[in-house]
Design a protein around this ligand. Structure first.
Ligand SMILES: Cc1cc2nc3c(=O)[nH]c(=O)nc-3n(C[C@H](O)[C@H](O)[C@H](O)COP(=O)(O)O)c2cc1C
Length: 374
């Protein structure tokens, strides 16, 4: 398992945290939560509206694995090609807001960590650092996430900046046309978190960079439909990924409208409340698109075993949001790198124990059949 060495002492985090002592993502979560500003921690934990995320965690865990005997697993290879880019493991960092609240280099550090681990990071359009900072740090291994704002000139400009910065894909988030009215505790956390921004460096770069443009144009364009994707696709040569697909008919429409990939995601519980778990939505979507576009998944991936489960259901790769954020909080770029390597090592171990030395060997047979079939 050549690709699965542990991080050396050169990779100490910003506070001289010895990352070698962090064994799993759970370790990172605990350490990160002790360091994060309280409102941000509460926001990240979906305080008062935890049910969707809880459903995702439970649904992954419910999928039980079946070991395989006497397969040559002396070489286990976790590498994969996603949208034409070879990655060391099928693990990509998801876009999220607020990075500068936990690390001075924010998304730049995340990009460095993901690139060092041999994979890709996704920069939120609501992030704190712009494409010009993140692109060079990522060395071409970065995706630009987009929200569709009413002022299309802003969307167009962000796309052009992303292209100039070396982004390799655009990732349009389609599951939040309206911002949900959070319940009381989440609302308070959101408000308090926004009170923590200290000037433009910590605020959203789109708000800062386009401050002369009317606020109205920065709101979500709630009228956008499938027809509008043509305009977005026409802005660049970059492949388009649609993030936040749960229904198979939407995955088929994504394919028909030229998307190269979909991310099956429920925004890990920050969008529609009581959304169904990704693990339950994934198989139908994989079947519906019939291998013609790539299917990725996120929401509640916490272990290499979860990665293997998602792949067994047909995903090509997964995205990780909170685990990335916890790694960033604890150890900056090195923390992000360590989180990805831990998940990758855990995945390699599951592959060895289920007799699947290459990712292509992972299929539904590694999962226990649903109880009714036994
Ligand atoms: C604090 C936070 C902020 C997020 N911000 C964004 C965002 O700006 N754009 C987006 O598409 N998704 C955003 N997401 C969703 C993530 O990209 C991803 O779908 C989700 O975190 C994956 O689940 P996980 O955190 O359990 O890995 C955010 C998630 C969190 C927790």
């Amino acid at each position: 398992m050549a690709q699965h060495d542990t991080v050396g002492s050169d990779d100490l985090g910003p506070d001289d945290v010895d990352l070698d002592h962090f064994v799993d993502v759970d370790d990172f979560q605990r350490a990160a939560e002790a360091r994060m500003p309280e409102p941000y921690r509460d926001f990240v934990n979906n305080v008062g509206m935890e049910e969707t995320l809880r459903g995702d965690l439970a649904a992954w865990a419910e999928l039980r694995l079946r070991p395989r005997a006497l397969v040559d697993v002396s070489h286990v290879d976790t590498s994969v090609t996603v949208l034409g880019t070879e990655l060391s493991a099928p693990i990509i960092t998801a876009p999220f807001i607020g990075s500068a609240l936990v690390d001075d280099d924010a998304e730049v550090a995340t990009a460095r960590g993901a690139t060092a681990a041999g994979t890709v990071s996704t920069l939120s359009m609501m992030g704190t650092r712009g494409p010009e900072a993140v692109g060079p740090a990522a060395g071409g291994r970065y995706w630009q996430q987009l929200y569709w704002m009413r002022d299309r000139s802003i969307v167009q400009d962000v796309v052009e900046r992303a292209v100039a910065a070396g982004a390799s894909a655009l990732c349009l988030t389609v599951d939040l046309p309206v911002r949900p009215a959070f319940p009381s505790r989440m609302r308070a956390a959101d408000r308090a978190m926004r009170g923590l921004w200290e000037g433009p460096e910590q605020a959203f770069y789109v708000i800062h960079d386009y401050r002369e443009k009317p606020e109205e144009g920065k709101r979500s364009d709630t009228s956008v439909t499938w027809r509008d994707l043509e305009w977005l696709s026409g802005l660049s040569e970059l492949p388009l990924i649609l993030k936040g697909i749960i229904r198979p008919e939407d995955a088929v429409l994504a394919r028909e409208h030229g998307a190269s990939a979909v991310i099956v995601s429920n925004h890990a519980g920050q969008g529609l409340r009581f959304s169904m778990p990704v693990a339950h939505a994934l198989p139908e979507i994989v079947e519906a698109v019939g291998g013609e576009i790539e299917v990725l998944a996120d929401s509640g991936i916490r272990t290499g075993s979860d990665v293997a489960r998602a792949l067994a259901l047909g995903a090509r790769a997964v995205l990780i949001g909170r685990p990335t954020l916890w790694g960033l909080t604890v150890g900056g770029a090195a923390g992000v790198e360590r989180v990805i390597r831990i998940l990758s090592d855990e995945l390699a171990e599951v592959m060895a124990l289920t007799g699947a030395p290459r990712l292509a060997d992972i299929d539904g047979a590694i999962l226990a059949p649903p109880r009714g079939d036994r």
